[in-house]
Design a binder for this molecule. Structure first.
Ligand code: AHM
Ligand code: MG
Length: 328
C-alpha cells in the first residue's frame, strides 16, 4: 500500500467530495487527542500516585487517567472550534462548546478511556467516539440525535502494543496505525471487512446464571463438540471492549454483553460505546443487536442510557437474533 498519512488521506477524501471539510477537521482533532492520550497512558499507566478513589456519573471507580482523557478530548475539541456539543462518559451533563458560528452543528459523544480498570495490568484500552451533524440548533438539554443510524462518523482508538485509529464515515471502515518514529497515523487498513463466520466467542461468563435463556442456549451451542463445524468455539474475553471488539473485527467472532437479571439493560452505554462500535461492525459486514433489533435503530432517549450488546460476524449474531425471535 502506498504511504499515506491521515492528513493526506483526509485531504484526498475532501477533494473527492467523500468527506466535508468540517468533519475532516473533527477527525483530525480526535486523532490529536488520541496521540496526546497515548503519551499520557504510557507515562502514567503504572503510576500509583495518580490512582484516585473518585467515582464517575455511573458510580464507578474512576482512574485519574479517565479524567485526563476526558480533559484531553474536551480541550482539543474546544480549540478546534468545530464541535458544538460534547457528551462524555465522564461527565453527567451535555457540554456546550463554542464553535465558529454559521457552520454545521456537530455533536461528539465519547468514552474517553474505555477499559481503564485494566490499565495497571498493561492490557489494551481505548477511546470510543461517535459524531452527529444536526440541521438546526439543538437545545442543550435535549439533543435530537434520534438513533445511531444518524451518526456521520464513528470509531475508536486502541492503545495497545501499537496504537491504532479505526473509523468509518460513508461506506467503508479505515484503519490507521501510529508510526512512533514519525508521530503520525499512517493508513494501514483500507476497507476493513469482518468475516461472515467466526469461531470465537467473547463474554463475561461469570455472569452466566444471570443471562437470558437465549444467551445461555447460544453459549451451550458454542461449547458443544462438532469438529466439522469448528466447534467448540474458542473463548476469548479481555474485559476491555475496544480490545475484544478489535480482535473480533480482524479475526471474526462474537462479542456479548447481554442483559442480566440484575441489570436488564446490561452495562454498556448506547451513545458512546455501542453505537460507534455497531456502525463499524455493520459497515464491515457484521451485525450488532440488543437481542431483538439492530443497535443502530434503538431510539436515543438519554445521554447515558445502557443497552444489551451483541456484535460480530454476521452469521453468528444472526443465530442469536433467531433465538431471541423464536422465544418471543
Ligand atoms: P468502562 O467504560 O467503565 O471501562 O466499562 C466498560 C468496560 C468494557 O470495556 C468491557 O467490555 C466491560 O466494561 C467489562 O465489564 P465486566 O468487567 O463486567 O466484564
Ligand atoms: Mg467504557
Amino acid at each position: 500500500m502506498k504511504f499515506k498519512n491521515l492528513h493526506q488521506f483526509l485531504r484526498q477524501e475532501v477533494n473527492r467530495g467523500e468527506l466535508g471539510t468540517e468533519l475532516a477537521k473533527l477527525i483530525v482533532d480526535i486523532s490529536i487527542s488520541g496521540k496526546l492520550l497515548d503519551a499520557q497512558i504510557k507515562k502514567y499507566a503504572f503510576s500509583k500516585s495518580i490512582i484516585n478513589s473518585s467515582t464517575n456519573v455511573h458510580g464507578e471507580k474512576q482512574h485519574q487517567l479517565d479524567i485526563m482523557a476526558h480533559d484531553i478530548f474536551l480541550n482539543t475539541l474546544k480549540d478546534g472550534r468545530v464541535c458544538s456539543y460534547l457528551i462524555s462518559e465522564e461527565y453527567k451533563e451535555i457540554l456546550e462548546l463554542d464553535p465558529i458560528p454559521n457552520q454545521s452543528i456537530f455533536t461528539v459523544c465519547i468514552d474517553p478511556l474505555d477499559g481503564s480498570s485494566n490499565i495497571d495490568v498493561n492490557v489494551s484500552v481505548g477511546s470510543i467516539f461517535s459524531i452527529y451533524v444536526q440541521d438546526k440548533p439543538a437545545s442543550k438539554n435535549s439533543l435530537s440525535l434520534k438513533s445511531g443510524r444518524n451518526q456521520c462518523c464513528g470509531g475508536y482508538l486502541i492503545y495497545g502494543p501499537v496504537t491504532m485509529f479505526i473509523f468509518t464515515y460513508g461506506k467503508q471502515v479505515f484503519g490507521f496505525t501510529l508510526n512512533s518514529e514519525l508521530g503520525e497515523f499512517v493508513l494501514t487498513h483500507d476497507n476493513i471487512k469482518l468475516s461472515k463466520e467466526g469461531y470465537t466467542y467473547s463474554v463475561n461468563e461469570g455472569n452466566l446464571n444471570e443471562f437470558p435463556g437465549q444467551v445461555k442456549e447460544y453459549l451451550k451451542f458454542c461449547k458443544h463438540h462438532d469438529q466439522e463445524n469448528m466447534l467448540p468455539y474458542k473463548s476469548r474475553y479481555i474485559g476491555s471492549m475496544v480490545a475484544d471488539i478489535h480482535r473480533t473485527l480482524f479475526h471474526g467472532g462474537i462479542f456479548l454483553y447481554p442483559s442480566t437479571a440484575l441489570f436488564p439493560n446490561g452495562k454498556l452505554r448506547l451513545i458512546y460505546e455501542c453505537n460507534p462500535i455497531a456502525l463499524i461492525i455493520e459497515r464491515a459486514g457484521g451485525l450488532a443487536i440488543d437481542g431483538m433489533r439492530p443497535v443502530l435503530d434503538i431510539p436515543i432517549m438519554s445521554s447515558h442510557q445502557k443497552v444489551p450488546f451483541i456484535a460480530g460476524s454476521y452469521n453468528m449474531v444472526k443465530k442469536v437474533l433467531h433465538l431471541y425471535k423464536n422465544a418471543s
